[in-house]
Structures are given as C-alpha cells and as structure tokens.
Design a protein around this ligand. Structure first.
Ligand SMILES: *Cc1c(COP(=O)(O)O)cnc(C)c1O
Length: 403
C-alpha cells in the first residue's frame, strides 16, 4: 500500500491551489471609482433612483431572486435579525432553527432576546427535518428559519405547509445559497422573507454586506424602517415611526456587489461542472457517503461541497485524524460546524433569558458533526478538472489506508 503523506510518503498533490478569490477586474475598479467620483458614498436615495449603486443592487438582486423587494444591509447576521423583526418576532418569542448551520442563524434571534429552539436535521441532506419541526412548536413559537446549508435548498414545500398550518413566519437563511432554486423558485422568494450574505467567503462577495428579500410589501416597509432608523418610505426626514437602527449598506459595497453579480452565473456553472465530476468520482469510494439531493432542488448553489464518512466506516475512524491525513495529501478539506445545540455560549444565553436550562437534543446533528461531516469550500470548486481528480485520489488513498 502507498505510504500516506502524513507518514512521510509523497502527497497526492503538491501543486498549489490557484483559484483566485475573489475574482475581479476592470469592472470592480470602474464601479468603485464611479462612487468615489460621485461623492455619494452612502445615505438614503430617492426610490427608483438608477444613479446610486445601493438601489441598483437592490433592484437587480430582487430581479435575480424573483422577489418584489430587496434591501441592502450591513451583513448576513443582521439580515436575519432584521427579517425576524420586520415579521414581528419579539423578545421572548421562540424561533425554530437547525443546529447544523453557521452560528449567526441562532445568534441573530438571540441577540434581541428571541429564543432559538434547535430542531434536528435530516440524516441524508443535513437540512432542517420538517417532520421534527411540528413537535417543537409551542404557543411561543413565532418563526421557523430554514437554512439552505452548503447552497442546497431545504424542503420549502413541507416547511411552508407547516408554517402556514401553525401561523408561523418562515424565513430563509440563504447566506450560502445565492442563485439556488427549489422547484424552479429562487430561494429567498419562497418563504415570507429571505436573507443573504455578501461576506467575503460567500459566493457573492462585497467584502461585507447582506440583503433581505421579500414579496410581502408590508414586511418590506417594516424592514426598510428598521434599516433606516425608524423612518417610513413615504415620510419626512425627521419622522420616526418606530425604533430603528442605521443598518444601511454603503455605496462602495454595492458597487463591488454589482460587479461581482456579473460573474456569478459563470462561476456557478464552473462549480456545477466540478461538483458533477466530484460526485461521480467519490460515489464509488468505500467509506465516503455523498449527501442526497431532493429532486425538487432544481439548482444547488454549491457554496460548500459537503459530504460524510459512512456510518460503519466512521466507527473505526477519528474524523479529525482522517482530515489531517487528507490535508497532508495536499487537499484543503475542513471539519465544518459543531452542532449548535451543544454550543455553551448560546445555551447559557438562552438559560439567562428564559430562566430555565433547556436541552434541545439533536442526535443526528450531534453525531454527524462529531464523526462524519466535512467539506471543501466553494473556492476549491472553481479549480480545474485535474484538481477534482486530486481530491478523489487523495480521499481514495486515505480511505484505503483504513481498510
Ligand atoms: C455567513 C452566514 C451567515 C452570516 O452572514 P455574515 O454576513 O457573515 O454576517 C448567516 N447564516 C449562514 C448560514 C451563513 O453561512
């Protein structure tokens, strides 16, 4: 058997990872300079203004995601907070969230006193399990946040049905899913509100930034007001009708986002091609298990290439050690999230707010985080075809070393 690189053998890949991230050029420079030269670097713009970048970004993003409204905000975390508050979620209300996600999904409600309630994920997709949502609903439940993890849409049909039946607000955390679709509908247009991130690791990058989408004009007005220190769209400058913050995006970020949007489709296509190849190459590896994709997912955004160690295989493998071995072969594989229902800071804050020790057991998420899940980042999926073979060869080499 071939000697593993971690034991002094030759790594499968010694060539550097070349994909430039972010990809940018003349257009980014041109649009940012337009902002500098205009002297309009931020602020509130007349509605329908085509001159300023923030309104342009909002209208183009709304179009891209088939939504009536989009609002630029400082980041994806605040986008969730704003969406929840716009829909009327208040301190003390419960918000159902999956435990397998970036911490912001849970901290965004918690930071204004709403209580995240963790509901377990599906074994096959690692997405919020709709069949477990209903039993977690209490009289205090006000909202469900569906997270399109890795860029794969959650089961929006079923979640929408459940939210409708119980009168709950359904929010899509689409921070990882720009461009993704469920049954032909763009994410962010299916639930009551959608939230996106323009943070630098995300598939649409403005350095920092976020977007809230909705088809509901009354939610849009609420969100707009929260973002604009309690003003109302048709009101006077010093007319403040509710408590709000200044959560506006700057013109500079909108300029970058607009330029990056022109590159999105080509980048998505490149990732899709590489993912198709990886799926084919990894499917036959003993010990590796690919996630299943619901046939109603009509487009995956491939923010992460997320997969698992098979359950029987992971019993004889330490996940961290497995990843270190693959890393030594020259592949930037990472561990990914820990299950948020076990996060001490979140659970302590929940206890402080509710006065009770809550235990949200999520055995599937806990086991998968602990011993099975791992991912490659979207930048890896922008590499050449040979890189996908390197990934498969390295995984094959390490997997075989255990057999
Ligand atoms: C990145 C991310 C966020 C937060 O976005 P920021 O712009 O970093 O605040 C929220 N939810 C998920 C699922 C994310 O991946």
């Amino acid at each position: 058997m071939e000697k593993l690189a971690i034991d002094g053998g030759t790594p499968v890949r010694s060539r550097p990872w070349n994909a430039q991230w972010p990809e940018f050029g003349e257009l980014e420079r041109k649009l940012v300079l337009e902002v500098v030269d205009s002297g309009h670097w931020g602020g509130v713009f007349p509605f329908g203004s085509q001159k300023e970048k923030v309104p342009q970004l909002e209208s183009q993003f709304a179009q891209l995601h088939n939504c009536k409204h989009a609002i630029g905000v400082p980041n994806g975390t605040l986008a969730i907070t704003i969406a929840l508050q716009a829909a009327g979620v208040k301190p003390g209300d419960e918000v159902i969230v999956p435990p397998y996600t970036f911490i912001a999904t849970a901290s965004a409600p918690l930071l204004f006193g709403a209580i995240p309630v963790f509901v377990d994920i599906e074994e096959e997709t690692l997405l919020l399990d709709p069949e477990k949502v209903e039993s977690a609903i209490t009289p205090k439940t006000k909202a469900i946040i569906a997270v399109h993890i890795a860029g794969c849409p959650a089961n929006m049909s079923r979640l929408k049905e459940i939210a409708g039946k119980h009168g709950l607000v359904l929010i899509e955390d689409a921070a990882q899913a720009v461009g993704a679709e469920w049954e032909g509908h763009k994410v962010g247009s299916i639930g009551d509100l959608g939230t996106f991130s323009l943070q630098s690791s995300k598939n649409l990058n403005a350095g920092e930034g976020g977007i809230v989408t909705t088809n509901n004009t009354s939610y849009w007005e609420q969100a707009w007001s929260i973002v604009n220190i309690g003003r109302i769209p048709s009101g006077e400058w010093y007319q403040h009708e509710r408590l709000g913050q200044n959560y506006r995006l700057t013109e500079f970020q909108a300029a970058i986002a607009l330029a990056q949007m022109t590159r999105l489709e080509e980048q998505m296509a490149r990732r899709e091609k590489n993912v198709a190849l990886l799926n084919q190459l990894l499917a036959s590896l003993d010990g590796i298990q690919l996630l299943t994709m619901d046939p109603r997912v009509t487009r995956h955004a491939n923010h992460l290439y997320l997969f698992k160690l098979e359950r029987t295989f992971c019993e004889m493998v330490n996940k961290s050690e497995f990843i270190r071995k693959v890393n030594a072969e020259g592949i930037p594989l990472t561990e990914g999230y820990s299950s948020l229902n076990l996060n001490a800071s979140l659970m302590r804050t929940i206890e402080e707010l509710t006065g009770e020790k809550r235990i949200n057991e999520c055995p599937v998420s806990e086991r998968i985080c602990q011993s099975q899940s791992m991912w490659l980042a979207q930048t890896v999926l922008l590499e050449d075809e040979n890189s996908m073979y390197d990934i498969a060869n390295a995984l094959d080499k390490v997997v075989r070393s255990y057999h």
